[in-house]
Design a protein around this ligand. Structure first.
Ligand SMILES: O=C(O)CCC(=O)C(=O)O
Ligand SMILES: [Fe+2]
Length: 313
């Protein structure tokens, strides 16, 4: 066995028991979440509360969505940077994606659905909403656990009130013989949290200690939580953003669902996270101004960590 196969992502189980704030199971999950993020920048959440039918309906929705003609998919536009349709890139020929801004909101989910299917598609709309209800609830729980473990549980209120969630449907065609199997180049997200849920076909790899890439196998109840650059700054560099990529080694079209959290307004650097061993590294910043900055400064082929350039001290 090679060294690589020995490293596995930390797995944290979210069960009825530890989802209860204040319980002793909750308290140990808080510690596990913080440890995993500080050590790996990511972890696998085993979320048994995700019903199989919601998982299946969300991926059936993805397949239906990508069957639409390209000109219809391109109606998915936004004034927010990185919230729109992506695809038809020469450098990433296998990749295509679309995104719903505020996917838990009935109005937003309906608007997106009607844009794609002018005659409506209740099944799709309902699947997007019920999937994201559960995932965003899990996100708020994980965030609260992390905040509590740093002794800043009060930040949960601000986070929950000001998160802007984005649900992205992602598709990768199977590479042809002569094509590269690179689905998505190495990068760190510009989010607070990113939660990746893979369909049947694997491909996600995350970079861990010693620059090793490890495969993350899919499962209907497994959600990969990754720290984005906003969380890295918020944590005053206690947590590093997670580098990841997609390599298509398995047969078949690959689908994945990304739930991304952004803060509407200021990301604070809390004084509780500053001490002698962690001197302050960032100025507070506006998350969406950061995204605009990224859009202006990101080259097409490289993906540097930009939060330091934007708000580093
Ligand atoms: O498809 C995946 O598994 C990862 C997608 C991703 O990294 C992204 O959309 O930022
Ligand atoms: Fe990503």
């Amino acid at each position: 066995m090679g060294l690589e196969s020995q490293i596995k992502l930390p797995v944290i189980e979210f069960s009825e028991e530890n989802l209860k704030p204040g319980s002793s199971a909750w308290a140990s999950a808080c510690i596990e979440v913080r440890r995993a993020l500080e050590e790996y920048g990511c972890f696998e959440a085993e979320f048994e509360k995700m019903p199989r039918r919601i998982h299946d309906a969300a991926f059936a929705g993805a397949e239906e969505l990508f069957r639409l003609p390209t000109e219809v998919k391109m109606r998915n536009t936004s004034t927010k940077p990185y919230f729109e349709y992506f695809g038809q890139y020469k450098t990433l020929p296998l990749y295509e994606s679309m995104a719903i801004d505020h996917p838990t909101s009935l109005d937003a989910a309906t608007n997106f659905t009607n844009l794609m299917w002018p005659a409506g598609n209740d099944r799709f709309r309902e699947s997007a909403q019920s999937y994201s209800e559960l995932v965003t609830e899990l996100d708020r729980t994980v965030a609260r656990m992390l905040f509590e473990s740093y002794g800043v549980g009060y930040y949960h209120d601000y986070y929950s009130k000001n998160t802007n969630y984005l649900l992205r449907y992602i598709k990768y065609n199977e590479p042809e013989m002569e094509q590269s199997n690179e689905g998505l180049l190495p990068h760190a997200d510009k989010t607070f949290f990113s939660i990746i849920h893979q369909g049947k076909v694997s491909g996600l790899q995350v970079k861990v200690k010693d620059d090793q890439w490890i495969d993350v196998p899919p499962s209907p109840t497994s959600f990969i939580f990754m720290a984005g650059e906003a969380l890295m700054a918020w944590s005053n560099d206690r947590i590093a953003s997670c580098y990841h990529q997609v390599i298509l080694k398995e047969k078949g079209t690959r689908y994945s669902l990304g739930t991304f959290s952004f803060i509407t307004g200021t990301v604070h650097i809390l004084e509780e996270l500053v001490d002698e061993t962690h001197p302050i590294k960032y100025n507070p910043f506006d998350h969406f101004e950061f995204l605009h900055f990224v859009k202006q400064n990101l080259g097409t082929n490289s993906n540097p960590c930009l939060i330091k350039a934007f708000s580093g001290l």
